[in-house]
Structures are given as structure tokens and as C-alpha cells.
Design a protein around this ligand. Structure first.
Ligand code: NAI
Length: 335
């Protein structure tokens, strides 16, 4: 039998985790032969609710679940983990300014970055889901000087999956038969969902797509899908966000599909002229537990404009909290 993976999840009593934990424990993330130990982290106030989640996990009698530990602090929760899913974050309160939201999360993710640095496995893979996810991932990495920035990623896979779902539905093709869809930039309404290279059954879809539909319906719909779901459900995306996290981690660990790429927010290495030192969603391929940014995709003026707008937003977010961070190292600005 394989050795269990120790997986930390923060925000473990929240809505996304209510889908995510059960999917991890059933083998959807790392395969039906990979045992797991869950190290669940919550705020002290939510520990009672977390105990309820742990009881439900026990009641599922998952054969792959080799242990559940509950923690009210990141330092204990991240001890010896090989994978960390940072789902909990400070939500935007009523009347809260964006810069205050960024600052409050900077505090949370600075502490979590330090704890990952000091207590997690040296090769830990980190996925940040909690918003503002890209900048939170950057903050965590900046506080983890002994870990490579390449170990810190944020989630744009939900946006990627949304783009495939909406495009597939529009052209009457199953999402699984679509490839080469990409999401660039920030996990926010400035993101650029890009179907210029998309293929259905291996054939380019652009020639048969109405450009007006792409620009005026498809792109804004994907960008604002989170808000559309809140309006319909009265709650933000939870099951689909959990699916995005499952897909992201599975592909990173086990490899992405041959002949295709996926979207992940990773530290920019300057590819496509995007500034180094920010966590930006790129098309990537995953192999042997690592990812690489797909190079050489054609970028026209319209795409360049959209990629720049979302890059500028990330640079602004970074500037707003830069004074709260340790000095940028050469590695952080290069990898
Ligand atoms: P939720 O409010 O239901 O749950 C969040 C949980 O995090 C709460 O139980 C809270 O107690 C906990 N938490 C807060 N601060 C914490 C800390 N410092 N340590 C440990 N736990 C902490 O929220 P939900 O719906 O589960 O969403 C979680 C986050 O994911 C939000 O920030 C949301 O905006 C974000 N999100 C990101 C998406 C993406 O695609 N990147 C998609 C959907 C949501």
C-alpha cells in the first residue's frame, strides 16, 4: 500500500470544503489507490462546526481516509504536509474597502506562509483558493523563504472549467471534447478567458464561432460567472470551486491530459511579457509533479490588451500590500 499523503485544508468548515473534503477522502484528487490523512484547519470560533465535519467524514467510512486531525492554528495544521489547500480567507464585509480586504488577508496569508515554511514538507505543493487568491498566494510565498515560489499556486481552474462548460454548451459539444482553452491573469472579473486556440475533437473552433458572441457574451459571462451564481443561489460557488481544486491538484500531482493544457495561477517568469513577481493565470502543462508554462501561443492586439488589463490589476494589488511583506528576493522575482 502507498504511504498516505498528508493534506492540509484551511477553511475546513466552510462551504467549499463541505464538498472538497469528501471528494479528497473518496480518492477523486489523487486516485483510488492513494490513502490520505486530512489535517483540517479552522478559526477557533468554527472548531465546533469542524468537529461536525469530522464526524461526517468518519461516518462515510472511506477506505482511503487514514486519519483526520483538527487544528485551530496553521503551525500545527501544516506539520509534515505534502499538499496544502488554503481555502479559508477573510471575506469582504459590508462597506469594507478593497485595500482593507487585501491588508487583512495579507496578515492571514503571511502567517500561513511562515507556517508552511517552518512545518510543511520541503516539497509541499500549495494551492490558494481563498480570495483574493492570486495575491494571497504571492503573500504566502514571500513569507516562505526556504520554499520555491514555484510551490505556490492559486486557482483559476474553476474559471477554466467555466469557460469550457459555457463554450461547449454554446456549440453543442461535451466539455470533455474541448481542448486548448486558457484563462489568463487574475481570478477576478478582469481575467481573460481565451478560446482563440480552442479545439473540439481536435479541430479549431474559432472559424465557426461568431466573434461578436465571443467578445460580448462569452468573455463577460465567464468573467462574471461568480456573481451570476451568487445572484441565483444566494450563495457563492461551492461544489464547482471544489471541483476546480480537485482538478488543479490532481493534474499538478499526476499530470495533465496529453495534447492539451490547463490554466493555473503561478508566479510569472516573464513569459508573454507578464511582469515577474506576480501570480498570474497561464496555460500550463503538468508532468512528473511539476508544471511548465506553455510557450509560443499567438497573441494578437486584442488579447494583449486584455492580458495587460488583468496584469495591471495584479500589480496594483501587489503595490497595495507591498509594505506589509518581507523584501522580494531574487528568486521570487525570477521564478
Ligand atoms: P465560507 O465562508 O463558507 O468558508 C470559509 C471558511 O474559512 C470559514 O469556515 C472560516 O471560518 C474559515 N477561515 C477564515 N479565516 C481562516 C483562517 N485564517 N484560518 C482557517 N480558516 C479560516 O467560504 P467558501 O464559500 O468556502 O469560500 C472560501 C474562499 O474561497 C472565499 O475567499 C471565496 O471568495 C473563495 N473562492 C475562490 C474561488 C476561486 O476560484 N479561486 C471560487 C469560489 C470561492
Amino acid at each position: 500500500m502507498k504511504r498516505p499523503f498528508r493534506i492540509a485544508v484551511t477553511g475546513a468548515a466552510g462551504s467549499i470544503s463541505n464538498s472538497l473534503l469528501f471528494r479528497i477522502a473518496s480518492g477523486d484528487m489523487f486516485g483510488k489507490d492513494q490513502p490520505v490523512i486530512l489535517q483540517l484547519i479552522e478559526r477557533a470560533e468554527a472548531m465546533q462546526a469542524l468537529r461536525g465535519v469530522a464526524m461526517e467524514l468518519e461516518d462515510c467510512a472511506f477506505p482511503l481516509l487514514h486519519g483526520v486531525r483538527l487544528h485551530d492554528n496553521a503551525e500545527d495544521g501544516f506539520r509534515n504536509v505534502s499538499h496544502a489547500l488554503l481555502v479559508g480567507a477573510k471575506p469582504r464585509g459590508k462597506g469594507m474597502e478593497r485595500k482593507d480586504l487585501l491588508a487583512e488577508n495579507a496578515e492571514i496569508f503571511s502567517r500561513q506562509g511562515k507556517a508552511l515554511n517552518d512545518f510543511a514538507n520541503p516539497d509541499v505543493k500549495v494551492l490558494v483558493v481563498g480570495n483574493p487568491a492570486n495575491t494571497n498566494a504571492m503573500i504566502a510565498s514571500r513569507n516562505a523563504p526556504d520554499l520555491s515560489p514555484a510551490q505556490f499556486t492559486a486557482m483559476s481552474r474553476l474559471d477554466h472549467n467555466r469557460a469550457k462548460g459555457i463554450l461547449g454548451n454554446h456549440i453543442g459539444v461535451n466539455a470533455g471534447d474541448l481542448t486548448h482553452v486558457a484563462v489568463w491573469g487574475n481570478h477576478s472579473p478582469t481575467q481573460y478567458p481565451d478560446v482563440r486556440n480552442a479545439k473540439a475533437f481536435g479541430e479549431p473552433v474559432m472559424p465557426s464561432l461568431d466573434q461578436k458572441w465571443v467578445e460580448e457574451t462569452f468573455i463577460p459571462r465567464v468573467q462574471k460567472r461568480g456573481g451570476e451564481i451568487i445572484e441565483a443561489r444566494g450563495l457563492s460557488s461551492a461544489a464547482s470551486a471544489a471541483q476546480g481544486a480537485i482538478d488543479h491538484m490532481r493534474d499538478w500531482e499526476l499530470g495533465s491530459r496529453d495534447g492539451d493544457f490547463v490554466s493555473m495561477c503561478v508566479f510569472s517568469d516573464g513569459s508573454y511579457g507578464i511582469a515577474k513577481g506576480i501570480v498570474y493565470s497561464f496555460p500550463v502543462r503538468c508532468r512528473y509533479g511539476r508544471y511548465e508554462i506553455v510557450q509560443g501561443l499567438p497573441i494578437d492586439d486584442e488579447a494583449r490588451k486584455r492580458m495587460k488589463a488583468t496584469e495591471d490589476e495584479l500589480l496594483e494589488e501587489k503595490a497595495a500590500i507591498e509594505h506589509l511583506l518581507p523584501k522580494e528576493t531574487e528568486a521570487a522575482s525570477q521564478e
